[in-house]
Design a protein around this ligand. Structure first.
Ligand code: 13P
Ligand code: SF4
Length: 310
């Protein structure tokens, strides 16, 4: 019988054990984004938001980084660690927002606005990072933009992150019209209805949300910022405006609090593509290794380093 993705509890435990043994045998480290499946979060050596994972990938002594997230995250780890092997267990785990802009688009933008540096959200391809000046994540976007001396700044590819940053800077933000399809699904009407149903509930939003959804938010932050906010808040009910995988650790850390998804459709299918079987197969066979052309890697590295230097 094909056991692949058979997810009863006994199977999950056996597969988690197999992953741990393989990680040890191969001197590999497992990094997981906050949206990953519960069973992967449970066994990750390190879990975090995009910024924390970039920093962690840069510091590990392991020979192999197994990156459970989406491709651009694994690429960032490979850009920073040419001597390590970076595996993306499911090679189809991408990000639609990444595909909304090309390096050529950025080069054209630079020609249109020669005085404006390009801030690339980490949700971009290595090629896009290579033609940008500095990267940012949702956790540090405001800080990155305000660190630049230019009067206007190009932000790619997320128009919503651009408009969020615009609230906190005097600089003119020139945004590309990209967006995150899952975050787009939460609309203010959802929040209004949920707040009526759960009086006193606090709405927590991600900067990838549309401006009108941000307007309705009580708190806005990156995924790891949300954990902190929820831990420290005195509220009991939280409407969570980001991918529902984040609620696994929230519930575990805060058993007395109640977490309500802002919208039942707020699932990122790409973040859910990686299963324990993918980790086992890719590690056993050393498959799905991220490869980036050296000239692109060197240029892209500068943009990530400029961000990490802050
Ligand atoms: P953060 O975890 O950095 O907040 O990013 C969310 C996200 O959408 C990653 O693709
Ligand atoms: Fe991309 Fe949105 Fe999924 Fe993040 S949540 S990986 S931005 S589609």
């Amino acid at each position: 019988m094909n056991n692949r993705n058979n997810n009863n509890l006994e199977n999950i435990k056996a597969k988690q054990k197999a992953v741990k043994e393989l990680l040890k045998k191969k001197n590999a480290v497992l990094l997981a984004h906050n949206y990953q499946r519960d069973e992967i979060q449970e066994i990750a050596d390190f879990q975090g938001d995009s910024l924390e994972l970039s920093v962690k990938a840069n510091k590990t002594d392991a020979d192999i980084i197994v990156f459970c997230g989406v491709r651009f995250m694994a690429e960032s780890a490979a850009i920073m660690n040419p001597d390590k092997t970076v595996i993306l267990p499911n090679e189809n785990a991408g990000c639609p927002m990444v595909d909304m802009i090309t390096a050529k688009d950025i080069v054209n933008l630079k020609a249109d606005y020669p005085d404006a540096p390009v801030v690339a959200y980490v949700n971009t391809s290595a090629e896009c990072k290579a033609v940008s000046d500095i990267c940012c994540t949702s956790a540090n976007a405001v800080k990155v933009v305000n660190s630049l001396s230019a009067r206007r700044v190009i932000m790619v590819p997320d128009k919503n992150l651009g408009s969020y940053v615009q609230r906190f800077t005097d600089k003119e933000i020139i945004s590309w019209p990209g967006f995150c399809p899952p975050h787009k699904r939460t609309v203010p009407e959802d929040i209004k209805a949920l707040k009526e149903k759960y009086p006193g509930a606090v709405f927590v939003a991600h900067p990838e949300s549309a401006p009108e959804t941000i307007d309705a938010a009580d708190h806005v932050s990156s995924t790891s910022g949300m954990y902190k906010f929820v831990r420290e808040s005195a509220a009991k009910y939280f409407i969570i405006g980001t991918e529902r995988g984040i609620m696994y650790k929230m519930k575990k850390e805060n058993p007395d609090k109640v977490f309500i998804p802002s919208n039942p459709g707020l699932v990122c299918p790409n973040m859910k593509k990686t299963h324990l079987d993918d980790i086992i197969i890719s590690l056993e066979n050393m498959e799905n290794i991220i490869k980036i052309p050296e000239n692109v890697r060197i240029q892209a590295r500068k943009s990530i380093e400029n961000m990490l230097a802050l």
